[in-house]
Design a protein around this ligand. Structure first.
Ligand SMILES: Cc1cc2nc3c(=O)[nH]c(=O)nc-3n(C[C@H](O)[C@H](O)[C@H](O)COP(=O)(O)OP(=O)(O)OC[C@H]3O[C@@H](n4cnc5c(N)ncnc54)[C@H](O)[C@@H]3O)c2cc1C
Length: 495
Protein backbone atom coordinates (compact mmCIF):
# COMPACT_ATOMS: atom_id res chain seq x y z
CA UNK A 1 0.00 0.00 0.00
CA UNK A 2 1.43 3.37 -0.85
CA UNK A 3 -0.86 5.88 0.83
CA UNK A 4 -2.77 5.59 4.06
CA UNK A 5 -6.35 4.80 3.16
CA UNK A 6 -8.47 4.93 6.27
CA UNK A 7 -11.44 2.60 6.57
CA UNK A 8 -14.38 4.35 5.02
CA UNK A 9 -17.73 4.62 6.78
CA UNK A 10 -20.72 2.81 5.33
CA UNK A 11 -22.49 6.12 4.66
CA UNK A 12 -19.46 7.30 2.66
CA UNK A 13 -19.49 4.00 0.75
CA UNK A 14 -23.19 4.39 -0.06
CA UNK A 15 -22.64 7.90 -1.35
CA UNK A 16 -19.61 6.87 -3.39
CA UNK A 17 -21.53 3.94 -4.89
CA UNK A 18 -24.39 6.28 -5.87
CA UNK A 19 -21.87 8.52 -7.59
CA UNK A 20 -20.44 5.55 -9.53
CA UNK A 21 -23.94 4.44 -10.54
CA UNK A 22 -24.66 7.98 -11.73
CA UNK A 23 -21.61 7.75 -14.03
CA UNK A 24 -21.95 4.18 -15.31
CA UNK A 25 -25.47 3.02 -14.52
CA UNK A 26 -26.60 0.36 -12.05
CA UNK A 27 -25.60 -2.59 -14.28
CA UNK A 28 -22.00 -1.34 -14.43
CA UNK A 29 -21.35 -1.29 -10.67
CA UNK A 30 -20.80 -4.47 -8.66
CA UNK A 31 -21.17 -4.19 -4.89
CA UNK A 32 -22.71 -7.38 -3.46
CA UNK A 33 -20.31 -9.52 -1.44
CA UNK A 34 -21.04 -12.63 -3.54
CA UNK A 35 -20.27 -10.93 -6.83
CA UNK A 36 -17.17 -9.16 -5.53
CA UNK A 37 -15.55 -12.54 -4.79
CA UNK A 38 -15.07 -13.08 -8.54
CA UNK A 39 -12.64 -10.12 -8.54
CA UNK A 40 -10.65 -10.82 -5.38
CA UNK A 41 -7.57 -12.23 -7.16
CA UNK A 42 -5.98 -12.82 -10.55
CA UNK A 43 -4.57 -16.21 -11.61
CA UNK A 44 -2.11 -16.02 -8.70
CA UNK A 45 -4.96 -17.13 -6.49
CA UNK A 46 -2.90 -17.44 -3.29
CA UNK A 47 -3.38 -13.70 -2.68
CA UNK A 48 -6.97 -12.52 -2.24
CA UNK A 49 -8.40 -9.11 -1.33
CA UNK A 50 -12.00 -8.11 -1.88
CA UNK A 51 -12.42 -4.61 -3.34
CA UNK A 52 -15.18 -2.31 -2.05
CA UNK A 53 -16.70 -2.03 -5.54
CA UNK A 54 -16.02 -3.13 -9.10
CA UNK A 55 -16.98 -0.85 -11.98
CA UNK A 56 -17.39 -1.90 -15.61
CA UNK A 57 -17.18 1.24 -17.78
CA UNK A 58 -18.00 1.16 -21.50
CA UNK A 59 -16.17 4.31 -22.63
CA UNK A 60 -12.96 6.21 -21.92
CA UNK A 61 -15.17 9.09 -20.79
CA UNK A 62 -16.69 6.90 -18.07
CA UNK A 63 -13.23 5.67 -17.00
CA UNK A 64 -12.14 9.30 -16.75
CA UNK A 65 -15.16 10.34 -14.66
CA UNK A 66 -14.70 7.38 -12.29
CA UNK A 67 -11.02 8.19 -11.85
CA UNK A 68 -11.78 11.87 -11.22
CA UNK A 69 -14.06 10.76 -8.37
CA UNK A 70 -11.36 8.44 -7.02
CA UNK A 71 -8.83 11.28 -7.23
CA UNK A 72 -11.17 13.64 -5.37
CA UNK A 73 -12.01 11.09 -2.65
CA UNK A 74 -8.49 9.56 -2.54
CA UNK A 75 -9.76 6.09 -3.41
CA UNK A 76 -7.18 3.68 -4.84
CA UNK A 77 -8.14 1.88 -8.06
CA UNK A 78 -6.85 -1.21 -9.83
CA UNK A 79 -7.29 -1.80 -13.57
CA UNK A 80 -8.28 -5.32 -14.58
CA UNK A 81 -8.49 -7.19 -17.89
CA UNK A 82 -9.31 -10.90 -17.85
CA UNK A 83 -7.54 -11.58 -14.53
CA UNK A 84 -5.14 -14.18 -15.99
CA UNK A 85 -2.07 -12.36 -14.64
CA UNK A 86 0.37 -14.48 -12.68
CA UNK A 87 2.02 -11.84 -10.50
CA UNK A 88 -0.96 -10.46 -8.58
CA UNK A 89 -0.93 -7.31 -10.74
CA UNK A 90 -4.73 -7.04 -10.74
CA UNK A 91 -5.03 -7.91 -7.03
CA UNK A 92 -7.44 -5.37 -5.52
CA UNK A 93 -6.48 -2.94 -2.80
CA UNK A 94 -8.34 -2.82 0.49
CA UNK A 95 -10.70 0.15 0.55
CA UNK A 96 -10.17 0.52 -3.18
CA UNK A 97 -12.14 -0.24 -6.33
CA UNK A 98 -11.43 -2.39 -9.37
CA UNK A 99 -11.95 -0.90 -12.82
CA UNK A 100 -12.68 -3.84 -15.13
CA UNK A 101 -12.20 -3.14 -18.82
CA UNK A 102 -14.11 -6.23 -19.94
CA UNK A 103 -16.98 -4.24 -21.47
CA UNK A 104 -14.60 -2.17 -23.60
CA UNK A 105 -14.07 -5.07 -25.97
CA UNK A 106 -14.52 -3.71 -29.50
CA UNK A 107 -12.15 -3.86 -32.44
CA UNK A 108 -12.49 -0.27 -33.65
CA UNK A 109 -10.52 -0.27 -36.90
CA UNK A 110 -8.89 -2.85 -39.15
CA UNK A 111 -6.56 -1.05 -41.55
CA UNK A 112 -5.03 -3.77 -43.73
CA UNK A 113 -3.11 -1.53 -46.22
CA UNK A 114 -1.25 0.10 -43.30
CA UNK A 115 -1.07 -3.10 -41.21
CA UNK A 116 -2.74 -1.49 -38.19
CA UNK A 117 -5.59 -2.54 -35.91
CA UNK A 118 -7.10 -0.25 -33.27
CA UNK A 119 -8.75 -1.98 -30.33
CA UNK A 120 -10.33 -1.29 -26.98
CA UNK A 121 -8.38 -2.76 -24.02
CA UNK A 122 -10.85 -5.56 -23.23
CA UNK A 123 -10.39 -7.20 -26.65
CA UNK A 124 -9.07 -10.74 -26.22
CA UNK A 125 -5.62 -11.32 -27.73
CA UNK A 126 -6.71 -14.04 -30.19
CA UNK A 127 -9.60 -11.93 -31.54
CA UNK A 128 -7.05 -9.66 -33.24
CA UNK A 129 -5.57 -12.51 -35.26
CA UNK A 130 -9.08 -13.85 -35.99
CA UNK A 131 -10.09 -10.43 -37.37
CA UNK A 132 -7.14 -10.11 -39.76
CA UNK A 133 -6.50 -13.76 -40.65
CA UNK A 134 -8.84 -13.76 -43.70
CA UNK A 135 -6.61 -11.00 -45.14
CA UNK A 136 -3.44 -13.08 -44.65
CA UNK A 137 -2.21 -11.29 -41.50
CA UNK A 138 -1.81 -12.07 -37.79
CA UNK A 139 -0.95 -10.46 -34.47
CA UNK A 140 2.38 -11.96 -33.41
CA UNK A 141 2.54 -11.82 -29.57
CA UNK A 142 0.77 -15.00 -28.51
CA UNK A 143 0.76 -15.71 -24.77
CA UNK A 144 -0.38 -19.23 -23.93
CA UNK A 145 -3.40 -17.55 -22.33
CA UNK A 146 -4.30 -15.87 -25.64
CA UNK A 147 -7.78 -17.42 -25.75
CA UNK A 148 -8.73 -15.34 -22.69
CA UNK A 149 -6.24 -12.59 -21.83
CA UNK A 150 -6.88 -9.05 -23.03
CA UNK A 151 -4.80 -6.57 -24.99
CA UNK A 152 -4.99 -4.13 -22.02
CA UNK A 153 -3.42 -6.76 -19.76
CA UNK A 154 -0.84 -7.61 -22.45
CA UNK A 155 0.14 -3.95 -22.73
CA UNK A 156 0.47 -3.57 -18.95
CA UNK A 157 2.64 -6.69 -18.63
CA UNK A 158 4.49 -6.41 -21.97
CA UNK A 159 3.38 -9.99 -22.52
CA UNK A 160 5.34 -12.45 -24.56
CA UNK A 161 4.53 -15.79 -26.13
CA UNK A 162 5.93 -18.74 -27.97
CA UNK A 163 6.50 -16.72 -31.15
CA UNK A 164 8.19 -13.72 -29.57
CA UNK A 165 11.73 -14.97 -30.17
CA UNK A 166 11.77 -13.78 -33.78
CA UNK A 167 9.03 -11.14 -33.72
CA UNK A 168 9.39 -9.53 -30.27
CA UNK A 169 7.02 -9.08 -27.33
CA UNK A 170 4.01 -6.75 -27.00
CA UNK A 171 6.17 -3.61 -26.88
CA UNK A 172 7.35 -4.30 -30.44
CA UNK A 173 3.76 -4.39 -31.71
CA UNK A 174 2.13 -1.44 -29.92
CA UNK A 175 2.38 1.86 -31.76
CA UNK A 176 0.19 4.04 -29.60
CA UNK A 177 -2.28 4.14 -26.76
CA UNK A 178 -5.05 6.30 -25.41
CA UNK A 179 -4.80 6.38 -21.63
CA UNK A 180 -6.71 7.88 -18.74
CA UNK A 181 -4.19 9.45 -16.38
CA UNK A 182 -4.52 8.90 -12.61
CA UNK A 183 -6.18 12.33 -12.26
CA UNK A 184 -8.75 11.54 -14.96
CA UNK A 185 -7.21 13.40 -17.91
CA UNK A 186 -7.42 11.47 -21.20
CA UNK A 187 -4.17 11.51 -23.19
CA UNK A 188 -2.89 9.92 -26.39
CA UNK A 189 0.68 8.80 -26.94
CA UNK A 190 2.17 7.42 -30.15
CA UNK A 191 -0.13 6.70 -33.07
CA UNK A 192 -0.53 4.84 -36.31
CA UNK A 193 2.73 6.06 -37.80
CA UNK A 194 6.19 5.00 -36.70
CA UNK A 195 8.62 6.94 -34.57
CA UNK A 196 6.82 9.87 -32.98
CA UNK A 197 9.22 12.63 -31.97
CA UNK A 198 10.10 13.23 -28.32
CA UNK A 199 10.25 10.68 -25.54
CA UNK A 200 9.00 7.19 -26.36
CA UNK A 201 6.04 7.43 -23.97
CA UNK A 202 4.34 4.44 -25.63
CA UNK A 203 7.40 2.41 -24.69
CA UNK A 204 7.09 3.70 -21.12
CA UNK A 205 3.43 2.75 -20.83
CA UNK A 206 3.93 -0.77 -22.22
CA UNK A 207 5.13 -2.89 -19.32
CA UNK A 208 4.24 -0.31 -16.65
CA UNK A 209 2.00 -2.89 -14.93
CA UNK A 210 -1.06 -0.64 -14.68
CA UNK A 211 0.71 1.93 -12.44
CA UNK A 212 0.74 4.90 -14.79
CA UNK A 213 -2.92 5.03 -15.86
CA UNK A 214 -5.68 3.03 -17.49
CA UNK A 215 -5.23 2.20 -21.16
CA UNK A 216 -8.48 2.70 -23.05
CA UNK A 217 -7.41 2.22 -26.68
CA UNK A 218 -4.44 0.54 -28.34
CA UNK A 219 -3.02 0.77 -31.87
CA UNK A 220 -1.39 -2.52 -32.85
CA UNK A 221 0.86 -3.57 -35.69
CA UNK A 222 -0.09 -6.75 -37.54
CA UNK A 223 2.22 -8.78 -39.75
CA UNK A 224 1.84 -10.87 -42.88
CA UNK A 225 1.54 -14.62 -42.40
CA UNK A 226 4.76 -16.32 -43.51
CA UNK A 227 4.87 -18.19 -46.82
CA UNK A 228 6.10 -21.39 -45.15
CA UNK A 229 5.98 -22.73 -41.61
CA UNK A 230 7.76 -25.88 -40.45
CA UNK A 231 7.41 -27.13 -36.89
CA UNK A 232 9.34 -29.99 -35.37
CA UNK A 233 10.08 -31.43 -32.00
CA UNK A 234 13.18 -33.28 -30.89
CA UNK A 235 13.28 -35.50 -27.82
CA UNK A 236 16.29 -35.87 -25.51
CA UNK A 237 17.29 -37.95 -22.51
CA UNK A 238 18.46 -34.86 -20.66
CA UNK A 239 16.96 -31.36 -20.52
CA UNK A 240 20.51 -29.89 -20.56
CA UNK A 241 20.98 -31.31 -24.11
CA UNK A 242 17.79 -29.56 -25.22
CA UNK A 243 19.18 -26.34 -23.70
CA UNK A 244 22.51 -26.76 -25.48
CA UNK A 245 20.65 -27.23 -28.80
CA UNK A 246 18.98 -23.84 -28.38
CA UNK A 247 22.29 -21.99 -28.15
CA UNK A 248 23.66 -24.23 -30.93
CA UNK A 249 20.86 -23.27 -33.34
CA UNK A 250 21.18 -19.52 -32.78
CA UNK A 251 25.00 -19.75 -32.92
CA UNK A 252 24.59 -21.09 -36.46
CA UNK A 253 22.71 -17.90 -37.40
CA UNK A 254 19.21 -19.41 -37.44
CA UNK A 255 16.52 -17.47 -35.53
CA UNK A 256 13.42 -19.65 -35.41
CA UNK A 257 9.98 -18.09 -34.84
CA UNK A 258 9.91 -19.98 -31.53
CA UNK A 259 11.92 -22.49 -29.51
CA UNK A 260 10.27 -24.03 -26.47
CA UNK A 261 11.48 -26.68 -24.03
CA UNK A 262 9.46 -28.95 -21.76
CA UNK A 263 10.97 -31.41 -19.31
CA UNK A 264 9.68 -34.89 -18.45
CA UNK A 265 7.16 -33.71 -15.80
CA UNK A 266 5.58 -31.37 -18.34
CA UNK A 267 5.62 -33.94 -21.15
CA UNK A 268 3.82 -36.49 -19.02
CA UNK A 269 1.13 -34.11 -17.74
CA UNK A 270 0.56 -32.53 -21.17
CA UNK A 271 0.28 -35.92 -22.88
CA UNK A 272 -2.27 -37.08 -20.35
CA UNK A 273 -4.26 -33.87 -20.87
CA UNK A 274 -4.17 -33.20 -24.64
CA UNK A 275 -2.45 -36.15 -26.39
CA UNK A 276 -0.10 -33.96 -28.41
CA UNK A 277 1.99 -36.94 -29.55
CA UNK A 278 5.00 -36.19 -27.31
CA UNK A 279 7.12 -39.22 -26.24
CA UNK A 280 6.29 -39.78 -22.56
CA UNK A 281 9.58 -41.52 -21.77
CA UNK A 282 11.75 -38.57 -22.96
CA UNK A 283 13.75 -36.48 -20.48
CA UNK A 284 12.88 -33.32 -22.47
CA UNK A 285 11.54 -32.11 -25.78
CA UNK A 286 12.46 -29.04 -27.77
CA UNK A 287 9.89 -27.55 -30.13
CA UNK A 288 11.31 -25.50 -33.00
CA UNK A 289 9.29 -23.50 -35.51
CA UNK A 290 10.91 -22.10 -38.63
CA UNK A 291 9.00 -19.66 -40.79
CA UNK A 292 9.58 -17.33 -43.73
CA UNK A 293 10.09 -17.66 -47.47
CA UNK A 294 10.12 -21.32 -48.54
CA UNK A 295 13.72 -21.23 -49.80
CA UNK A 296 14.94 -19.81 -46.46
CA UNK A 297 13.10 -22.41 -44.37
CA UNK A 298 14.35 -25.23 -46.61
CA UNK A 299 17.92 -23.98 -46.16
CA UNK A 300 17.58 -23.69 -42.36
CA UNK A 301 16.00 -27.08 -41.74
CA UNK A 302 19.16 -29.21 -42.27
CA UNK A 303 21.18 -26.86 -40.04
CA UNK A 304 18.66 -27.27 -37.22
CA UNK A 305 18.61 -31.05 -37.64
CA UNK A 306 22.38 -31.20 -37.58
CA UNK A 307 22.56 -29.23 -34.32
CA UNK A 308 19.86 -31.39 -32.72
CA UNK A 309 21.66 -34.61 -33.65
CA UNK A 310 24.97 -33.18 -32.43
CA UNK A 311 23.29 -32.60 -29.04
CA UNK A 312 22.10 -36.22 -28.80
CA UNK A 313 18.49 -35.83 -29.97
CA UNK A 314 16.79 -39.25 -29.84
CA UNK A 315 13.88 -38.55 -32.17
CA UNK A 316 13.15 -35.64 -34.51
CA UNK A 317 9.56 -35.36 -35.68
CA UNK A 318 8.42 -32.76 -38.22
CA UNK A 319 4.70 -31.88 -38.23
CA UNK A 320 3.26 -33.27 -41.45
CA UNK A 321 0.49 -30.69 -41.81
CA UNK A 322 -1.14 -27.66 -40.17
CA UNK A 323 -3.31 -29.89 -38.00
CA UNK A 324 -0.32 -31.69 -36.48
CA UNK A 325 1.47 -28.37 -36.03
CA UNK A 326 -1.51 -27.04 -34.07
CA UNK A 327 -1.39 -30.16 -31.92
CA UNK A 328 2.32 -29.71 -31.13
CA UNK A 329 1.60 -26.13 -30.00
CA UNK A 330 -1.56 -27.08 -28.15
CA UNK A 331 0.59 -29.35 -25.99
CA UNK A 332 2.99 -26.51 -25.15
CA UNK A 333 0.26 -23.96 -24.56
CA UNK A 334 -1.55 -26.33 -22.18
CA UNK A 335 1.54 -26.89 -20.03
CA UNK A 336 0.42 -24.79 -17.01
CA UNK A 337 -3.15 -26.05 -16.66
CA UNK A 338 -2.10 -29.66 -17.44
CA UNK A 339 0.23 -29.63 -14.44
CA UNK A 340 -2.83 -30.15 -12.24
CA UNK A 341 -2.69 -33.78 -13.45
CA UNK A 342 0.48 -34.54 -11.50
CA UNK A 343 0.33 -32.08 -8.62
CA UNK A 344 -2.53 -30.63 -6.59
CA UNK A 345 -0.75 -27.25 -6.41
CA UNK A 346 2.02 -25.52 -8.29
CA UNK A 347 3.71 -22.14 -8.26
CA UNK A 348 4.74 -20.61 -11.60
CA UNK A 349 8.07 -18.80 -11.51
CA UNK A 350 9.17 -16.47 -14.32
CA UNK A 351 12.86 -15.63 -14.68
CA UNK A 352 15.24 -14.81 -17.52
CA UNK A 353 18.82 -15.85 -18.20
CA UNK A 354 21.18 -15.42 -21.13
CA UNK A 355 20.31 -18.42 -23.32
CA UNK A 356 23.96 -19.56 -23.37
CA UNK A 357 23.55 -20.34 -19.62
CA UNK A 358 20.49 -22.59 -20.09
CA UNK A 359 22.20 -25.93 -19.46
CA UNK A 360 24.07 -24.57 -16.41
CA UNK A 361 20.96 -23.01 -14.82
CA UNK A 362 18.83 -26.11 -15.39
CA UNK A 363 21.39 -28.15 -13.45
CA UNK A 364 21.30 -25.60 -10.61
CA UNK A 365 17.50 -25.73 -10.53
CA UNK A 366 17.68 -29.54 -10.28
CA UNK A 367 20.06 -29.19 -7.31
CA UNK A 368 17.72 -26.72 -5.60
CA UNK A 369 14.79 -29.07 -6.20
CA UNK A 370 16.70 -31.84 -4.42
CA UNK A 371 17.79 -29.55 -1.58
CA UNK A 372 14.20 -28.48 -0.85
CA UNK A 373 12.65 -31.89 -1.50
CA UNK A 374 10.15 -30.35 -3.95
CA UNK A 375 9.67 -31.35 -7.58
CA UNK A 376 10.29 -28.62 -10.16
CA UNK A 377 8.85 -28.97 -13.66
CA UNK A 378 10.46 -26.86 -16.36
CA UNK A 379 8.72 -25.32 -19.34
CA UNK A 380 10.17 -22.32 -21.05
CA UNK A 381 10.54 -19.93 -23.94
CA UNK A 382 14.03 -21.32 -24.47
CA UNK A 383 15.06 -19.04 -27.33
CA UNK A 384 14.49 -15.99 -25.13
CA UNK A 385 16.07 -17.63 -22.08
CA UNK A 386 12.72 -17.10 -20.33
CA UNK A 387 12.28 -19.88 -17.77
CA UNK A 388 9.04 -20.95 -16.16
CA UNK A 389 10.00 -23.39 -13.44
CA UNK A 390 6.82 -24.79 -11.89
CA UNK A 391 7.39 -25.69 -8.25
CA UNK A 392 5.02 -28.54 -7.37
CA UNK A 393 3.71 -28.61 -3.80
CA UNK A 394 0.81 -29.70 -1.65
CA UNK A 395 -1.05 -26.87 0.05
CA UNK A 396 -2.50 -29.28 2.63
CA UNK A 397 1.03 -30.08 3.92
CA UNK A 398 2.15 -27.68 6.60
CA UNK A 399 5.09 -25.54 5.54
CA UNK A 400 5.03 -26.70 1.90
CA UNK A 401 3.95 -23.32 0.50
CA UNK A 402 6.60 -21.44 2.51
CA UNK A 403 9.28 -23.85 1.26
CA UNK A 404 7.97 -23.42 -2.30
CA UNK A 405 8.24 -19.64 -2.16
CA UNK A 406 11.75 -19.86 -0.75
CA UNK A 407 12.84 -22.24 -3.51
CA UNK A 408 11.18 -20.09 -6.18
CA UNK A 409 13.01 -17.05 -4.76
CA UNK A 410 16.34 -18.91 -4.90
CA UNK A 411 15.72 -19.67 -8.57
CA UNK A 412 15.39 -15.93 -9.21
CA UNK A 413 18.64 -15.31 -7.38
CA UNK A 414 20.34 -17.83 -9.70
CA UNK A 415 18.84 -16.03 -12.74
CA UNK A 416 20.11 -12.63 -11.58
CA UNK A 417 23.54 -14.04 -10.69
CA UNK A 418 23.84 -15.32 -14.28
CA UNK A 419 23.11 -11.86 -15.65
CA UNK A 420 19.36 -12.38 -16.08
CA UNK A 421 16.17 -10.90 -14.67
CA UNK A 422 13.44 -11.66 -12.12
CA UNK A 423 10.71 -11.56 -14.75
CA UNK A 424 10.45 -12.25 -18.45
CA UNK A 425 6.78 -11.60 -19.08
CA UNK A 426 4.53 -12.09 -16.04
CA UNK A 427 5.56 -8.84 -14.37
CA UNK A 428 6.58 -8.00 -10.82
CA UNK A 429 3.13 -7.11 -9.55
CA UNK A 430 2.37 -7.91 -5.94
CA UNK A 431 4.13 -11.25 -5.92
CA UNK A 432 7.70 -10.37 -6.78
CA UNK A 433 8.08 -6.86 -5.48
CA UNK A 434 10.39 -7.99 -2.68
CA UNK A 435 12.77 -9.45 -5.30
CA UNK A 436 13.12 -6.21 -7.27
CA UNK A 437 16.02 -5.11 -5.09
CA UNK A 438 18.02 -8.10 -6.39
CA UNK A 439 18.37 -6.06 -9.58
CA UNK A 440 18.01 -2.41 -8.55
CA UNK A 441 19.54 -0.36 -5.77
CA UNK A 442 17.84 2.42 -3.80
CA UNK A 443 18.83 5.08 -6.36
CA UNK A 444 17.41 3.06 -9.24
CA UNK A 445 14.15 2.49 -7.38
CA UNK A 446 13.83 6.15 -6.46
CA UNK A 447 14.43 7.14 -10.08
CA UNK A 448 11.63 4.79 -11.15
CA UNK A 449 9.41 6.29 -8.48
CA UNK A 450 10.07 9.81 -9.77
CA UNK A 451 8.61 8.69 -13.09
CA UNK A 452 5.61 7.18 -11.39
CA UNK A 453 5.05 10.40 -9.40
CA UNK A 454 5.08 12.42 -12.62
CA UNK A 455 2.02 10.42 -13.69
CA UNK A 456 0.35 9.75 -10.33
CA UNK A 457 1.08 12.31 -7.62
CA UNK A 458 -1.31 10.68 -5.14
CA UNK A 459 -0.18 7.08 -5.66
CA UNK A 460 -3.75 5.88 -6.25
CA UNK A 461 -3.27 3.90 -9.46
CA UNK A 462 -2.62 0.22 -8.68
CA UNK A 463 -0.78 0.89 -5.40
CA UNK A 464 1.16 -1.78 -3.52
CA UNK A 465 2.59 -3.31 -6.71
CA UNK A 466 6.03 -3.35 -8.29
CA UNK A 467 7.95 -1.35 -5.65
CA UNK A 468 9.49 -3.35 -2.81
CA UNK A 469 8.83 -0.83 -0.04
CA UNK A 470 5.99 1.62 0.40
CA UNK A 471 6.88 4.44 -1.95
CA UNK A 472 4.63 7.36 -2.67
CA UNK A 473 5.27 10.80 -3.95
CA UNK A 474 5.01 12.17 -0.41
CA UNK A 475 6.80 9.15 1.09
CA UNK A 476 4.87 8.76 4.38
CA UNK A 477 6.74 6.53 6.79
CA UNK A 478 9.77 6.27 4.46
CA UNK A 479 12.48 6.75 7.07
CA UNK A 480 15.24 5.50 4.81
CA UNK A 481 14.54 7.85 1.94
CA UNK A 482 17.62 9.58 0.54
CA UNK A 483 17.54 12.43 -1.91
CA UNK A 484 18.10 11.08 -5.41
CA UNK A 485 21.13 12.44 -7.33
CA UNK A 486 18.74 13.69 -10.01
CA UNK A 487 17.01 15.82 -7.36
CA UNK A 488 20.34 17.01 -5.93
CA UNK A 489 21.23 18.36 -9.35
CA UNK A 490 17.86 20.13 -9.50
CA UNK A 491 16.77 17.99 -12.44
CA UNK A 492 13.77 16.37 -10.74
CA UNK A 493 11.63 16.78 -7.67
CA UNK A 494 9.37 14.81 -5.36
CA UNK A 495 5.79 15.98 -5.23
C1 LIG B 1 -2.43 -20.56 -18.26
C2 LIG B 1 -1.72 -19.24 -18.39
C3 LIG B 1 -0.75 -19.09 -19.37
C4 LIG B 1 -0.06 -17.88 -19.50
N1 LIG B 1 0.87 -17.75 -20.49
C5 LIG B 1 1.50 -16.57 -20.66
C6 LIG B 1 2.47 -16.40 -21.71
O1 LIG B 1 2.75 -17.32 -22.49
N2 LIG B 1 3.07 -15.19 -21.82
C7 LIG B 1 2.78 -14.15 -20.99
O2 LIG B 1 3.35 -13.09 -21.16
N3 LIG B 1 1.87 -14.29 -20.00
C8 LIG B 1 1.22 -15.44 -19.81
N4 LIG B 1 0.30 -15.58 -18.80
C9 LIG B 1 0.04 -14.43 -17.90
C10 LIG B 1 -1.14 -13.51 -18.34
O3 LIG B 1 -2.04 -14.19 -19.17
C11 LIG B 1 -0.62 -12.23 -19.01
O4 LIG B 1 0.10 -11.46 -18.07
C12 LIG B 1 -1.74 -11.36 -19.61
O5 LIG B 1 -1.19 -10.27 -20.32
C13 LIG B 1 -2.70 -10.80 -18.57
O6 LIG B 1 -3.82 -10.26 -19.27
P1 LIG B 1 -5.20 -10.05 -18.52
O7 LIG B 1 -6.15 -9.44 -19.46
O8 LIG B 1 -5.65 -11.32 -17.90
O9 LIG B 1 -4.77 -8.98 -17.42
P2 LIG B 1 -5.03 -8.96 -15.85
O10 LIG B 1 -4.50 -10.18 -15.20
O11 LIG B 1 -6.43 -8.60 -15.58
O12 LIG B 1 -4.11 -7.73 -15.46
C14 LIG B 1 -2.71 -7.79 -15.59
C15 LIG B 1 -2.12 -6.42 -15.25
O13 LIG B 1 -2.51 -5.50 -16.22
C16 LIG B 1 -3.15 -4.37 -15.63
N5 LIG B 1 -4.16 -3.94 -16.60
C17 LIG B 1 -5.14 -4.70 -17.16
N6 LIG B 1 -5.82 -3.97 -18.05
C18 LIG B 1 -5.26 -2.73 -18.06
C19 LIG B 1 -5.53 -1.53 -18.77
N7 LIG B 1 -6.52 -1.44 -19.66
N8 LIG B 1 -4.76 -0.45 -18.51
C20 LIG B 1 -3.74 -0.51 -17.61
N9 LIG B 1 -3.45 -1.62 -16.91
C21 LIG B 1 -4.19 -2.72 -17.14
C22 LIG B 1 -3.67 -4.89 -14.31
O14 LIG B 1 -3.80 -3.85 -13.35
C23 LIG B 1 -2.58 -5.87 -13.92
O15 LIG B 1 -1.53 -5.18 -13.31
C24 LIG B 1 -0.37 -16.79 -18.63
C25 LIG B 1 -1.36 -16.94 -17.65
C26 LIG B 1 -2.02 -18.15 -17.52
C27 LIG B 1 -3.07 -18.27 -16.46
Amino acid sequence: MTTEHKTKSSSWKNKFREKLIEIIGNEGVIYTEDELIAYDSDALAGHRIKPIFVVLPSTAGQVSQVIKECHKEEVPFVPRGAGTGLSGGALPTEEGIVISLSKMNKILDVDIPNQRVVVQPGVVNLWVTNAVSPHGYYYAPDPSSQLVCTIGGNVAENSGGVHCLKYGATTNHVLGVEMVMPDGEIIEVGGKTLDHPGYDLTGLVVGSEGLLGIVTQVTLKIIKKPQTVKTLFASFDHVEDAGASVSGITARGVIPAGMEIMDSFCIQSVEAAVHAGYPVDAGAILLVELDGPEAEVEAQMPIVEEVLKHNKAIEIKVAKDAEERELFWKGRKSAFPAMGRISSDYYVQDGVIPRSKLAEVLSEIAELSEKYGLRVANVFHAGDGNLHPLVLYDSTKEGDLEKTLELAGEILRVCVDKGGSITGEHGVGYDKKSHLSLMFDENDLNAMNLIRCAFDSKGLCNPGKLFPTPRTCVEPGMKTYHVHPVQKKGMGEMY
